[in-house]
Design a protein around this ligand. Sequence first.
Ligand SMILES: [Ca+2]
Length: 98
Amino acid sequence: MTGPVQTSLEKTGPRPPVLSECILMIDHIYIGASDIANEGDWRWEDGSLVVYHDFFSQEPNNFDRNYPSEKADCVAFSRQWSDVYCGRSFPFICQKTW
Ligand SMILES: [Ca+2]
């Protein structure tokens, strides 16, 4: 017998989005970095220093235009990083530790 192996899992219907596509569908998402302990000292949730970053060119600026009276101490991703007020209702992503 020749030909492709048939399984019970058939590719039918629309393809579900992959994670990167899901993230692009979300307006903003918290990524677990903040400078809440010391302004300008960006740390991940585990306390490690943020080395790589992808802030927009005018960010971080410690300003959230939707909450102008609040400090912007958390990082949200939306195409690139911005510092935003930590009290916003954004979804978040988690890091798996081994
Ligand atoms: Ca800040």
